[in-house]
Design a protein around this ligand. Structure first.
Ligand SMILES: [Zn+2]
Length: 286
């Protein structure tokens, strides 16, 4: 069962118990699902949190206070227990700018009671497969039950890419290989419409093309050596993404740095220091 919203949430039901998938941005989102379970006479058993971005786990502390057990991958769980990591990472490791301390980039912490690895998993009366989908974040997981895959942010449908042409990405190569694991009759992405059939295949192809387009634009920006911030502007202008806030700029900068890492791995780009400025330029295969 899926609950469409700003972040799509899920609920598995077995023997009158319910297991939620993701918690939404805040207490309000989590409270809605809790009420829904109560109204239907389901006993909340626990929740699987796909990754440590505030819009997916920000409401989990509300469930934890009500005794719900929370499950995630080990690495993402560590970040949910210490959510200050998110603004610290965005701000390059320094104490974050105050604009990064709002609820969209700094969620309430929650304690993870069970760590999940990939493969078949049984939690109480629930049986599912945990699919490892890194790339959007370091250790994101998806949940497959029968023919339905909750893939979190491993796939951004075109409706979302129209609003945000440069999706957040931690590792572009991993994001591309995780995309080939997004296979099921029905896929529930973290944002946007539920997908199946030809529509699903078209959306996967469009997302793959967007990631490759970003990588290609970063490479063409290196026709002359540039600092990373300038490459952000180059790619954002090419894809008509308007960056109006510090947080939007830094989120996109992460994706650009992920593309640079991918190009460095492929021997197409390198970092160089020139008069104490860090510049990116083409190399060997670039
Ligand atoms: Zn995310």
């Amino acid at each position: 069962m899926a609950f469409p919203g700003p972040v799509n949430l899920g609920a598995l039901i077995a023997e009158n118990e319910v297991l939620f998938i993701d918690a939404g941005l805040d207490e309000g989102a989590a409270r809605k699902l809790w009420r829904w379970a109560e109204e239907h006479g389901f006993r909340p058993f626990g929740a699987i949190l796909t990754h440590a971005h505030a819009d997916h786990f920000g409401g989990a502390h509300f469930w934890e206070k009500r005794g719900l057990r929370l499950f995630s991958s080990t690495l993402e769980g560590a970040m949910m227990e210490h959510p200050l990591f998110e603004p610290i990472f965005l701000f390059g490791g320094a104490s974050p700018h105050p604009d990064l301390l709002g609820k969209f980039t700094l969620a309430e912490p929650c304690q993870i009671s069970g760590k999940l690895g990939p493969g078949k998993v049984e939690l109480g009366p629930f049986e599912m497969e945990i699919v490892f989908l890194p790339g959007h974040s370091p250790a994101q997981i998806g949940v497959r039950v029968d023919d339905v895959l909750f893939c979190a942010d491993a796939l951004f449908p075109s409706a979302i890419l129209q609003k945000h042409p440069i999706p957040f990405c931690y590792d572009l190569d991993q994001a591309l290989s995780s995309l080939s694991k997004v296979e099921a009759e029905t896929v529930v992405p973290g944002h946007g419409p539920i997908l199946s059939g030809a529509n699903l295949r078209a959306e996967i192809m469009a997302f793959r093309e967007r990631l490759e387009e970003i990588r290609g634009l970063v490479l063409s920006a290196l026709d002359s050596p540039k600092p990373a911030e300038e490459i952000v502007g180059y790619v954002a202008n090419a894809l008509r993404e308007e960056l109006r806030a510090l947080s939007s700029f830094l989120l996109v900068r992460t994706t650009i740095l992920a593309a640079l890492t991918s190009l460095v791995r492929a021997g197409q780009a390198q970092a160089t220091l020139e008069e104490n400025r860090l510049l990116w330029e083409k190399s060997g295969n670039g």
